[in-house]
Design a protein around this ligand. Structure first.
Ligand SMILES: Cc1ncc(COP(=O)(O)O)c(C=O)c1O
Length: 406
């Protein structure tokens, strides 16, 4: 048995893996940004914003694309456009970034937390259905780390109970479910372009919808009431009385960065998908290791992170996820527990207990707290030989730490 690097043995990545810097930068984009800067025209339905909305709608097959300041206000504005507010309930998965639940709280509505599936780690449709009450107005499935929630069942249940569906696609740009781009299956698809995301412009977000009237309201909500596409000083038709609109605009700098990334999205997504499948085959064969499952009908799986679960019940005495992570890191892998906790346990979740409800969380409590480990998407962009080393490190560590007999 090879001595682990953490115990003074030779590390697997003696030469560090060649990880690309993230987000990517392109020289032609730097030129474009300079051109925009020198144009004196930086915001307010600028040409780049208009073009990005057009191209992103085209790429995803959505009827409309509406850029906004970030992927939290996109969720919040989607609910506002649907008339969701005080007294309403919105169902969210137990494992997600806290923005998913907080956006509901911002609306004065109650987030109702339901459990995740043990394989995809996305919302469990059966738990979603079990949590519906007469107050439920909407559901927010999250395509977590790129795996796609079971949109067939979620849409079927939502239709039966007349609920709105907002897909949280903050981790899933480029993902396709049964031939349809994520974000175009529910009523609204919400994306984040924050620094670490698959498409990143520092900050930013976008809503997709096929509904013309929702698109009109979403445009107004994010542009202080102006009609979509209107120029500053030329407001177009007024918003409906009582619709309190915000300034959640983006700049043309962000749109230009995203336009260049959109040109690479397909190719890069397919590369990461292929590399993830390569890793999956080898890693799933290691006792005690399980890779997060693809969305059940994912035509293309995008990856925000590559997630692996360790069976904590079969580790040697005194070994937990923490020790496994430390050993993998010592071998040269960039890997962490991620958020480490379900949404409602994160220390930034400051929502008082009487303002949200947990309906089910058994799977999340175990898997998120004890099993999940993840590498960033850039680990899916390394060479084949580095991918092999990634698996070698897992094999080496699990050979030492896994306990086959109970
Ligand atoms: C699942 C999920 N939803 C929503 C958001 C919110 O996006 P933003 O940071 O752009 O507000 C994030 C951000 O990390 C996220 O991970």
């Amino acid at each position: 048995m090879a001595k682990l690097a953490i115990d003074g043995g030779k590390k697997i990545f003696e030469v560090p893996a060649a990880i690309p810097a993230w987000p990517p930068v392109y020289p032609e984009t730097a030129e474009k940004l300079k051109e925009i800067y020198l144009s004196h025209s930086w915001s307010f339905y600028g040409p780049q914003e208009v073009l990005f909305n057009e191209k992103f709608a085209q790429y995803t097959g959505a009827g409309h694309s509406i850029m906004m300041a970030n992927g939290t206000v996109t969720l919040e504005m989607a609910m506002k456009a649907m008339g969701i507010g005080t007294g309403d309930e919105v169902i969210v998965p137990a494992h997600t970034w806290l923005a998913t639940g907080k956006a509901v709280v911002y609306r004065g509505a109650t987030p109702v937390v339901v459990d995740i599936e043990p394989d995809t780690l996305c919302m469990d449709p059966a738990e979603f259905e079990a949590a519906i009450t007469p107050k439920t107005k909407a559901v927010i499935p999250v395509h977590l780390f790129g795996s796609i929630a079971d949109m067939d069942r979620i849409m079927e249940i939502a239709k039966k109970h007349k609920l709105k569906v907002i897909e949280d696609c903050a981790h899933a740009h480029g993902g396709v479910w049964n031939g349809k781009h994520v974000g175009t299956i529910g009523d609204v698809g919400s994306f984040s372009f924050q620094q670490s995301k698959i498409m990143a412009s520092g900050e930013g977000g976008v809503c997709l919808t096929n509904d013309d009237s929702l698109a009109d309201i979403l445009g107004r909500l994010s542009h202080i009431g102006y009609q979509r596409g209107a120029k500053q000083g030329q407001k177009g038709t007024p918003p409906p009385m009582g619709l309190i609109c915000h300034n959640y605009r983006v700049t043309d700098f962000q749109a230009a960065i995203l336009l260049s990334q959109l040109e690479h999205l397909k190719e890069d997504t397919l590369l990461r998908d292929q590399n993830a499948e390569y890793l999956r085959k080898r890693l799933n064969a290691i006792p005690g290791i399980r890779v997060q499952a693809r969305g059940k009908h994912a035509t293309v799986q995008s990856y925000y992170a590559f997630v692996v679960m360790v069976d904590h019940t079969h580790l040697k005495e005194g070994i937990t996820r923490k020790e496994v992570l430390a050993a993998l890191q010592a071998e040269g892998i960039g890997i962490s527990e991620g958020w480490g906790q379900p949404m409602y346990r994160q220390n930034l979740w400051t929502v008082p207990e009487n303002q949200y409800r947990i309906e089910s969380n058994e799977v999340a409590e175990t898997i998120v707290m004890k099993q999940i480990m993840m590498s960033s998407l850039t680990w899916l962009m390394i060479s084949r030989s580095d991918l092999d080393k990634y698996c070698d490190a897992f094999e080496k560590v699990m050979e030492e730490y896994y306990r086959s007999e109970q």
